[in-house]
Structures are given as C-alpha cells and as structure tokens.
Write a protein that binds this ligand. Structure first.
Ligand code: HEC
Ligand code: HEC
Ligand code: HEC
Ligand code: HEC
Ligand code: HEC
Ligand code: HEC
Ligand code: HEC
Ligand code: HEC
Ligand code: HEC
Ligand code: HEC
Length: 317
C-alpha cells in the first residue's frame, strides 16, 4: 500500500476515534447525571456537585448509582437525613456533620455506620458477617470498601492486598519473603483463601477447613493416597501460607522440621546416623544436604506405590 493511503486511513481512524471518544464521554456524563439524582438527592447535590475536589458524584458510575434499580440508596439512604447539615441552624458557626458522615472517623468509631450498610446487605453472602472477627472487632465496611468510586480497591486483585496490609502488617512482611504465594504479583489474592465477611471455617477460611481451602488450587495434595502422611488436616503445621525464608513456604528447614515429631535416633534399617558428624550416607544426606530427609522421603504428602510397599509406607518413590 502506498504511504499516502496508509497515512490517510490513519488520520481517518484517529478522527473517528476522537469523535466516538467524546461522544462516549458525553454519554457517560448523561448517565451519571441521570443515575445520581434519585428523588430527594437534589437537596444534597445543590452543594455537592461535580466541582468538588473529591468527586462524590462518581457514585453514579457504580452499582449504587443505577437509577433503574429501585433497591438502591439515595444520598440520604447512606448518609441519613442530615437535617441540621442541610439547613445549618441559625447562629451556629460551623455546619454540623451529616447523620452518618463515613470517611476516616468510621475506622475508629463505626457508631451506626455499619448498620446503614447492613440494613440492605444481610443474609446471602453476608450470612456470616455478624459472627465474624471483623465485625466483632468493629472493623467498618468502609475500612475496606470505597463507595464514591467505580474502582473499589478491595475488590480488585491487584489493589486488594494494600487495603488488607493497612491493618495486617505482619502478612505484608511475610508476603515479601523469598518463598511466597504470588500475592504481590497479583496472581493469588487474600480473598482466594479468606472470606472477609466471615465463614464457617477457622481463620476466615473460604472453605470449612484449611486443607479444603488449599485443595481448591492444589488438588493433587488431596490424594487419594494409599498411605497418607498424618497429620494432613492442617497444612500450616509445616507451611506458612503467607511466606517464608525457606523453600516451599516451610516453617522450619528439614531435618529440623521433621525432627519436631520424629526422633532422630529412631531411624531404622541401617540409617542410624541422623545426628550430625556421622559419615554414613544417610547421615550425610540427612544433615548436610539442603534437602536433608527429603532426599529419600520424596513424596512427603502421601504415596501410591503398590510395587514397593516399603517405599510406600515411608513416602519414598
Ligand atoms: C448548603 C450546602 C450543603 C448541603 C445542602 C449539604 N451539604 Fe454536605 N457539606 C457541605 C459542606 C460545606 C461540607 C464541608 C464541611 C466540613 O468540611 O466540615 C459538607 C460535608 C459533607 C460530608 C463530609 C463530612 C465530613 O465528615 O467531612 C458529607 C458526607 C456530606 N456533606 C453529605 C451531605 C449529604 C448526604 C447531604 C444531603 C442530605 C448534604 N451533604 C447536603 C455543604 C452542604
Ligand atoms: C452506598 C452508600 C453511599 C451513598 C449512596 C452516598 N454516599 Fe457519600 N459517602 C459514603 C461513604 C462510605 C463515604 C466515605 C468515603 C468513601 O468511602 O468513598 C462517603 C463520603 C462522602 C462525602 C465526603 C467526601 C470526602 O472525601 O470528604 C461526601 C461529601 C458525600 N459522601 C456526599 C454524598 C452525596 C452528595 C451523595 C448522593 C449523591 C452520596 N454521598 C451518596 C457512602 C455513600
Ligand atoms: C438501600 C440499600 C443499600 C444500602 C444502604 C447500601 N447498599 Fe450496597 N448495594 C445495594 C444494592 C441493591 C446493590 C447492587 C448489588 C446487589 O444486588 O447486591 C449494592 C451493591 C454494593 C456493592 C457491590 C458493588 C458492585 O459494583 O458490584 C458493594 C461493595 C456495596 N453495595 C457495599 C455497601 C456498603 C459498604 C454500604 C454502606 C456504606 C452499602 N453498600 C449501603 C443496596 C444498598
Ligand atoms: C476486611 C475487608 C472487608 C470488610 C470489613 C467488608 N468487606 Fe465487603 N468485600 C470485601 C472483599 C475482599 C470483597 C470481594 C471478594 C469477596 O467477595 O470475598 C467484598 C465484596 C463485597 C460485596 C460484593 C458482593 C459480593 O459478595 O460479591 C458487597 C455487597 C460487600 N462486600 C458489602 C460489604 C458490607 C455491607 C460490609 C460491612 C457489613 C463489608 N462488605 C465489609 C472485603 C470487605
Ligand atoms: C494461600 C492461602 C492464603 C492466602 C493467599 C492468604 N492467607 Fe492469610 N491465612 C491463611 C491460613 C491457612 C491462615 C491460618 C494459619 C496461619 O495463621 O498460618 C491464615 C491466617 C491469617 C491471619 C491470622 C494470623 C494469625 O496469627 O492468626 C491473617 C491476619 C491473615 N491470614 C491475613 C491475610 C492477608 C492480609 C492476606 C493477603 C495479603 C492473606 N492472609 C492471604 C491462608 C492464606
Ligand atoms: C481496619 C483494619 C482491618 C482491615 C483493613 C482488614 N482487617 Fe483483617 N482483621 C482486623 C482485626 C482488628 C482483626 C482481629 C485480629 C487482630 O487483631 O489481628 C482481623 C483479623 C483478620 C483475620 C484473622 C481471622 C481469625 O479468625 O483469627 C484474617 C484472616 C483477616 N483479618 C483477613 C483480612 C483480609 C483478607 C483483609 C483485606 C481484604 C483484612 N483482613 C482487612 C482488622 C482489619
Ligand atoms: C488460589 C489458588 C491457591 C490456593 C487456594 C493455595 N495456593 Fe498454594 N500456590 C498457588 C500458586 C499459584 C502457587 C505458585 C506456583 C508456582 O509458582 O508455580 C502456589 C505455591 C504453593 C507452594 C510452593 C511455594 C514455593 O515456594 O514454591 C506451597 C508450599 C503452597 N502453595 C501451599 C499452599 C497451602 C498450604 C495452601 C492453603 C493454606 C495453598 N497453597 C493454597 C495457588 C494457591
Ligand atoms: C509434615 C509436613 C507437611 C505437611 C503437613 C504438609 N506439607 Fe506440603 N510440603 C512439605 C514439604 C517438606 C515440602 C517440600 C517437598 C519437597 O521438596 O520434596 C512440601 C511441599 C509442598 C508444595 C510444593 C511442592 C509440591 O509438591 O507441589 C505444596 C503445593 C504443598 N506442599 C502443599 C501442601 C498442602 C496443600 C498441605 C495440606 C493438605 C500440605 N502441603 C501439608 C511438608 C508438609
Ligand atoms: C507434626 C508432626 C510431624 C512432622 C513435622 C513430620 N511428621 Fe512424619 N509422621 C508423623 C506421624 C504422626 C506419622 C505417622 C506415624 C505412624 O503411622 O506410625 C508420620 C509418618 C512418617 C513416616 C512413615 C513412618 C512409618 O513408621 O511408617 C515417614 C517416613 C515420615 N513421617 C517422614 C517425615 C519427614 C521426612 C518429615 C519432614 C519433611 C516429617 N515426617 C515431618 C508426624 C510428623
Ligand atoms: C539416605 C536416605 C534417607 C534419608 C536421608 C532419610 N531417610 Fe528415613 N528412611 C529411609 C529408608 C530407606 C527407610 C525405610 C527403612 C525400613 O524400611 O526399614 C526410612 C524410614 C524412615 C522412617 C520410618 C520409621 C523407621 O525408623 O523405619 C522415618 C520416620 C524416617 N525414615 C524419617 C526420616 C527423617 C526424619 C529423616 C531426616 C532427618 C530421614 N528419614 C532421612 C531413608 C532415608
């Protein structure tokens, strides 16, 4: 194709893109303006309009601003009627706060704010909320959720960890350790394992147990195994799910990990040398080699090895 034609196609495309871009913008604006004015909102939006440094009207772009949905709150539906805020009492110097101002103070004083949200968001996915540790510790819905933006950080894989880390600093440290779930990489997210609104399992687990939660991604660790390495119900006996300096998220390095439960001296079958300094093969590999016990006990979670039951029993190949 001659260059001129390519160029003119390019220009035409750009022009079209520009046109449709601004048409889109106008449409968005119309939608926002339409979506945000529920009956009665005008009494707030006469002061709180698009000129705000904090664009409160962008709530029109969220689910809470879908005017077609009759279940949705107006400004007063969340902030309360705010009588004295709307009509500043005569003689008062500063404008009283709205009934439910939300914002920063809700992190220290939820004072009825959660009840506003709970009046609509109850049952269903919120069924465990009232018995959750977050509710018990007065964590505000709005400590995690932002309402006046189409991008609610806590519901986006890439930005969620930062929200949780504001309170959970220890997990931030762990997530930065050499062996970690790819949380900071945006591939695994806190809410893959934890149900922030509460759950029937321990530690806000998404499933009824820790192991069941892990099996959602690590299916092969469920087995079935002919021989299973007990204890198997709690993976965190050996693993730290958030991060570790040791490979494979291990809490302690083998052989010490293993020796928490297995007496070094009890090793049978001509492998007495689990103590340091012995020159037997097992002694060498058991202590000085980085994989230690795992050099031989390679299938530590469980085995299916009908051909060699001795190996099967002791988690070897
Ligand atoms: C007459 C003007 C006016 C009206 C009407 C009005 N506001 Fe305000 N609003 C203000 C001003 C001014 C501020 C900032 C006050 C401040 O900084 O303390 C404010 C602040 C707020 C804040 C932030 C509170 C905080 O803690 O900083 C919220 C939320 C709010 N208004 C909601 C509403 C709602 C909801 C309505 C309608 C029910 C409403 N406003 C009606 C003038 C108004
Ligand atoms: C679904 C609940 C909800 C609705 C509906 C709602 N707000 Fe808010 N508003 C909040 C929360 C929560 C905050 C605290 C900041 C945040 O989470 O975005 C807030 C913050 C504000 C602020 C303070 C902003 C700041 O940064 O200081 C103003 C002003 C405000 N809202 C006005 C309004 C107006 C006007 C309407 C109606 C157009 C409205 N809100 C509708 C929940 C709501
Ligand atoms: C008057 C009822 C009402 C109130 C009050 C209310 N919401 Fe909602 N909210 C809804 C409805 C309806 C939806 C639409 C989605 C749905 O069906 O759950 C929604 C959606 C949401 C969503 C999902 C948004 C999305 O894009 O999918 C979040 C998060 C949320 N609300 C949080 C809150 C929080 C936090 C509060 C308190 C500050 C609150 N809501 C107050 C009715 C309400
Ligand atoms: C500890 C942080 C945290 C708190 C506190 C919290 N949420 Fe959430 N919320 C989340 C996360 C994370 C998601 C998205 C992933 C998920 O569903 O687990 C979410 C999703 C939602 C949704 C989307 C609908 C859905 O379930 O798919 C609604 C609605 C909601 N939250 C309402 C609330 C309300 C209302 C409160 C207070 C009673 C609240 N949240 C408290 C973290 C939190
Ligand atoms: C791969 C699954 C998984 C992921 C992803 C995950 N966790 Fe956990 N978390 C667990 C398990 C299992 C426990 C319970 C055992 C433990 O404390 O080691 C736990 C415990 C916790 C605890 C309680 C610690 C205690 O001492 O009781 C907090 C707080 C926590 N996680 C926060 C987070 C945060 C924040 C994120 C995201 C940055 C996150 N978790 C990601 C699995 C996970
Ligand atoms: C505003 C602070 C705050 C935020 C934000 C927050 N949490 Fe928490 N979380 C707490 C408090 C307080 C506890 C109670 C235990 C404690 O003091 O650590 C807790 C406990 C937990 C536990 C331990 C549950 C148990 O049974 O021991 C887990 C898991 C957890 N949070 C996950 C999360 C996740 C995931 C997020 C982000 C989606 C998050 N939290 C955001 C304050 C917060
Ligand atoms: C949402 C899916 C998901 C869940 C749930 C999950 N994991 Fe993972 N896990 C991963 C991914 C992805 C990797 C990284 C794999 C890779 O890098 O090839 C991983 C890696 C690992 C590793 C190897 C880490 C390393 O340094 O190589 C261990 C150990 C592990 N997970 C244990 C667990 C345990 C224990 C649980 C339950 C508490 C769990 N996982 C839950 C997705 C998950
Ligand atoms: C008795 C300690 C122990 C328990 C309990 C345990 N693991 Fe492991 N896990 C290990 C060791 C040791 C390794 C390293 C294995 C190797 O390098 O040969 C490992 C490695 C892993 C790996 C990464 C390497 C691979 O084989 O894919 C995953 C994923 C994993 N474990 C998941 C789990 C899950 C899920 C559970 C709970 C059902 C669990 N582990 C329970 C000790 C344990
Ligand atoms: C939390 C305690 C615990 C830890 C840690 C642990 N084990 Fe075990 N292990 C057990 C229990 C309990 C059994 C079952 C004993 C039985 O069936 O007689 C077992 C069984 C075994 C067996 C088979 C024993 C037999 O008599 O048939 C081998 C081999 C083994 N473990 C190796 C290891 C290795 C290697 C490690 C470190 C990677 C390890 N274990 C870590 C508790 C543990
Ligand atoms: C050089 C390979 C090798 C190394 C390294 C090794 N083992 Fe073994 N282990 C074996 C063999 C082979 C058996 C089976 C012996 C038999 O059948 O009599 C065995 C058996 C076991 C048993 C079953 C009980 C018993 O005494 O027969 C346990 C428990 C065990 N090993 C734990 C460990 C631990 C913990 C370590 C690390 C400190 C370790 N092993 C290192 C090869 C090894």
């Amino acid at each position: 194709m001659p260059k001129v034609i390519i160029l003119s196609i390019y220009i035409t495309c750009m022009a079209l893109a520009g046109l449709s871009g601004s048409a889109q913008a106008n449409e968005n604006k119309a939608q926002v303006n339409k979506g945000l004015i529920f009956d009665g909102d005008a009494k707030c939006t006469k002061c709180h309009d698009e000129n705000e440094s904090n664009p409160v009207l962008s709530i029109g772009k969220t689910r809470h601003g879908t005017s077609a949905d009759g279940r949705l709150p107006s400004c007063a539906g969340c902030h309360g009627e705010s009588e004295t805020h709307v009509n500043k009492p005569e003689g008062r110097k500063d404008r009283p706060k709205p009934t439910f101002p939300f914002g920063k103070q809700t992190q220290n004083d939820i004072n009825g704010h959660n009840e506003v949200c709970e009046s609509c968001h109850k049952g269903g996915k919120m069924i465990h909320w009232t018995s959750s540790i977050h509710a018990a510790r007065d964590v505000a819905c709005t400590s995690c959720h932002q309402l006046h933006t189409a991008h609610d950080k806590v519901r986006d894989k890439r930005t969620q960890p930062a929200v949780c880390f504001t309170c959970h600093k220890e997990q931030r440290v762990q997530a930065n350790k050499p062996s970690h779930h790819p949380i900071l990489e945006g591939k695994v997210v806190c809410s893959d394992c934890h149900a922030s609104h509460g759950s029937a399992g321990p530690k806000l687990m998404q499933r009824d147990s820790i192991a069941d939660t892990c099996f959602t991604c690590h299916m092969e660790k469920r087995g079935p195994f002919v021989r299973k390495h007990e204890p198997a119900e709690d993976c965190t006996i050996c693993h730290n799910p958030h991060g570790s300096a040791i490979d494979n998220l291990l809490k302690t390095r083998p052989p010490f990990l293993c020796q928490q439960c297995h007496e070094p001296a009890s090793h049978q079958g001509g492998f007495p040398g689990m103590a340091a300094g012995k020159s037997t093969t097992a002694g060498q590999q058991g202590i000085t080699n980085a994989r230690a016990c795992l050099n031989c006990h390679t299938n530590i979670h469980g085995t299916n090895n009908p051909a060699n039951q001795g190996n099967e029993r002791t988690f070897r190949r």
